[in-house]
Design a protein around this ligand. Structure first.
Ligand SMILES: CC(C)(COP(=O)(O)OP(=O)(O)OC[C@H]1O[C@@H](n2cnc3c(N)ncnc32)[C@H](O)[C@@H]1OP(=O)(O)O)[C@@H](O)C(=O)NCCC(=O)NCCS
Length: 223
């Protein structure tokens, strides 16, 4: 089978969302739902600071993997926060939150309280996810970042992930970006092994979400 890595288009987003949803099952972003993921990947595709590459089986043209990245993660998240897409995706969560708030205390059943608690904790996690790019430990490190990468299970262990990384490095290189970072859960052993194999050097550990250690790697684009 021959694989081609291309710049993604609007038509690829639905498949990219499915790949993310099926591939990163423990990630917090996934718990915000496919609608949120759709808005996020659309923003990565359309923002000047975003990079979205898709690997396709040349014969069928089916997406079998993707990599999403940004030339500046804090700028990307700031722009995303101020954009229409974020308003749209945040609306559902916030609307649900305020619907629960309008009930009087004795009308709030324990299951509603539970839901309210879950939504509050989700809002807090969104806040944590958006603020990690300004973590002091990342000071002085490149702001370019690989945000997510997924290869369909049936194609893992093949050249697809190497091709995606190669094309991402070339795309950054063309933008005169010499290195980028990647933040990954310390428990995702396969992804950690992959980033190290792709030249990643461990720079520091951070807690994007309290109590969960993530490793930060720097990867040079000219290897
Ligand atoms: C991360 C990912 C893109 C890597 O692509 P891949 O095709 O699986 O990569 P590889 O098969 O080359 O694996 C990388 C290394 O991990 C090793 N590895 C495989 N399974 C492993 C496991 N369970 N634990 C530790 N290492 C493992 C492989 O042996 C390989 O090293 P080697 O080639 O020297 O033997 C892919 O696994 C994936 O899509 N995972 C799900 C999504 C995800 O977690 N993305 C990263 C977070 S955004």
């Amino acid at each position: 089978m021959s694989v081609v890595v291309l710049r993604a288009t609007e038509k690829d987003i639905e498949e990219i969302v499915n790949l993310h949803y099926d591939g990163i099952r423990t990630g917090f972003i996934r718990s915000l739902g496919k609608e949120f993921l759709f808005e996020l990947y659309k923003a990565i595709l359309n923002r000047k600071s975003g990079l979205l590459l898709v690997a396709k089986d040349q014969k069928s043209s089916n997406p079998i993997g993707f990599v999403a990245a940004t030339t500046n993660s804090s700028r990307f998240y700031r722009d995303f926060l101020l954009s229409h897409s974020a308003l749209k995706s945040g609306f559902i969560i916030i609307r649900r939150f305020f619907l629960f708030r309008t009930s009087t205390p004795n009308q709030v059943s324990s299951s509603k309280k539970n839901k309210q608690h879950k939504i509050l904790s989700k809002l807090f996690k969104i806040y944590e996810s958006l603020k990690y790019p300004i973590n002091k430990k990342l000071d002085g490190l490149t702001k370019a970042e690989l945000l997510s990468i997924v290869v369909d299970k049936g194609f893992q262990g093949s050249a697809v992930s190497t091709n995606l990384m190669g094309e991402l490095k070339s795309a950054f290189n063309r933008k005169q970006i010499k290195s980028f970072r990647v933040v990954v859960s310390s428990t995702n052993e396969r992804a950690n092994a992959y980033y190290r194999k792709m030249g990643g050097a461990l720079v520091c550990e951070i807690e994007v979400h309290k109590g969960h250690v993530s490793f930060v790697y720097r990867i040079y684009t000219h290897s």
